[in-house]
Write a protein that binds this ligand. Structure first.
Ligand SMILES: NC(=O)C1=CN([C@@H]2O[C@H](COP(=O)(O)OP(=O)(O)OC[C@H]3O[C@@H](n4cnc5c(N)ncnc54)[C@H](OP(=O)(O)O)[C@@H]3O)[C@@H](O)[C@H]2O)C=CC1
Ligand SMILES: CC(=O)N[C@@H](CCC(=O)OP(=O)(O)O)C(=O)O
Length: 351
């Protein structure tokens, strides 16, 4: 199957090049970029040097250059994905987008991203979190890759559906600096970011409505939305933090136990959820980013504080793999009817 990767010169796209090279059914057909178009792929992304085809020149990110691709990953800014994704899907390719372009209804997208959507009929696209929406992804022409924080938050929250009061949910997110992409920004400057931890973007980070929307959609799909208090998306608090490491992501969720729920129910739900999933591991200890870096795994754990009646749940993942490129490949495998785990491993690289 011929694959195009738009944004192959960026962090997420280069990870996709690496993953596709090890996939049994996929071949890299086109690697495209913008400012780096015309440059060698292994010059723009030297970590790829030595892979077959890494010496090719990056193509421009245009439909003509991507003609003939059966599957296209878009690891591009949301404004680019919103324009180009539908054109490629209309041309017959399966498109898996890593940006926020297709995760929300067009009206919500305009509100949170400040942009009128050029293809509102394509929104929201099937949400590429196989653990929650596997059935919706089968045969999907265009998949909305989840944000990295929503992936970790939703994998921690999903088993708690019906066991916690949704209005009490407080999420603390922590991301390594690669979560912001390869562009230079003042708060990513080494003199500021190293030896520093700081919150940013709260309240009102654009991953907030994404977590709210898809948690409620998951509860509806399981037929428990009314009982879980999720008939509609419920506003929750989300605060991201930038931490001084290149990759890795952790979300910690705190919420009040619902009436009738207890610690055993929480442990059982988290264990059962993870046991059914090839890339989710229920740990008996608090997850750590260092154990998931380099793999497509998500480590989860939850505990109840009987003193406060609150649950704390956490999920750690690699923002560039389970939070972006790995998850996109997992979703593509499902969309195309391939083995969901093809080309992916839950194991991380440590230390
Ligand atoms: N980093 C992360 O942890 C996560 C990122 N995402 C999302 O994935 C997408 C890619 O992120 P990431 O890899 O980090 O970003 P990077 O900034 O590292 O890379 C962006 C890529 O997009 C290309 N690009 C930029 N502008 C254009 C344009 N106008 N037309 C075509 N291509 C363009 C760049 O090409 P060039 O360099 O040649 O100019 C580059 O290859 C973003 O939407 C991001 O929000 C989602 C989940 C997690
Ligand atoms: C550290 C950092 O800046 N992280 C990014 C999240 C990256 C991501 O998942 O982006 P999209 O939703 O745009 O795809 C942020 O907070 O905006």
């Amino acid at each position: 199957m011929r694959v195009g990767i738009v944004g192959a010169s960026g962090y997420g796209g280069a990870e996709l090049v690496r993953l596709v090279a090890a996939h049994p059914a996929l071949d890299l057909h086109v690697a495209a970029g913008s400012g780096s178009a015309g440059e060698r792929l292994d010059t723009a992304a030297p970590q790829l040097a030595g892979l077959p085809g890494a010496d090719r020149a990056l193509a421009p990110a245009e439909p003509d250059a991507l003609a003939g691709c059966d599957l296209v990953f878009m690891a591009t800014p949301h404004a680019v994905s919103a324009e180009l994704g539908p054109v490629l899907a209309n041309g017959g390719a399966t498109v898996v987008d890593l940006s926020g372009a297709f995760r929300l209804e067009a009206s919500e997208f305009a509100r949170w991203y400040g942009l009128d959507h050029p293809a509102p009929a394509r929104t929201p696209a099937p949400y590429g979190l196989p653990e929650l929406f596997r059935t919706d992804l089968k045969g999907a022409p265009l998949v909305a890759g989840p944000g990295c924080y929503p992936t970790a938050a939703l994998l921690a929250l999903a088993p708690l559906t019906g066991l916690v009061d949704p209005g009490s949910v407080v999420i603390t997110g922590m991301s390594g600096t690669s979560g912001a992409g390869k562009g230079l920004r003042a708060d990513l400057h080494a003199s500021h970011a190293m030896g520093n931890v700081a919150a940013y973007g709260a309240p009102g980070h654009r991953h907030t409505p994404e977590i709210e929307r898809w948690w409620a959609a998951y509860a509806r799909q399981r037929g428990v939305a009314d009982a879980a208090g999720l008939a509609e998306p419920v506003p929750l608090s989300f605060t991201p933090h930038l931490v001084p490491m290149p990759r890795g992501q952790l979300c910690t969720v705190s919420a009040t136990l619902a009436e009738g729920a207890d610690a055993a129910a929480v442990t059982d739900a988290v264990g059962a959820f993870a046991a059914a999933e090839p890339f989710v591991v229920a740990r008996q200890a608090w997850p750590a980013t260092t154990h998931v870096a380099g793999g497509n795994g998500a480590h989860v754990h939850a505990a109840v504080d009987s003193r406060t009646g609150r649950v704390t749940a956490a999920c750690a993942l690699d923002n560039l793999l389970k939070g972006a490129a790995g998850q996109a490949l997992q979703a593509a495998n499902v969309a195309l009817g391939l083995d969901e785990g093809a080309g992916l491993s839950p194991a991380g690289v440590h230390p």
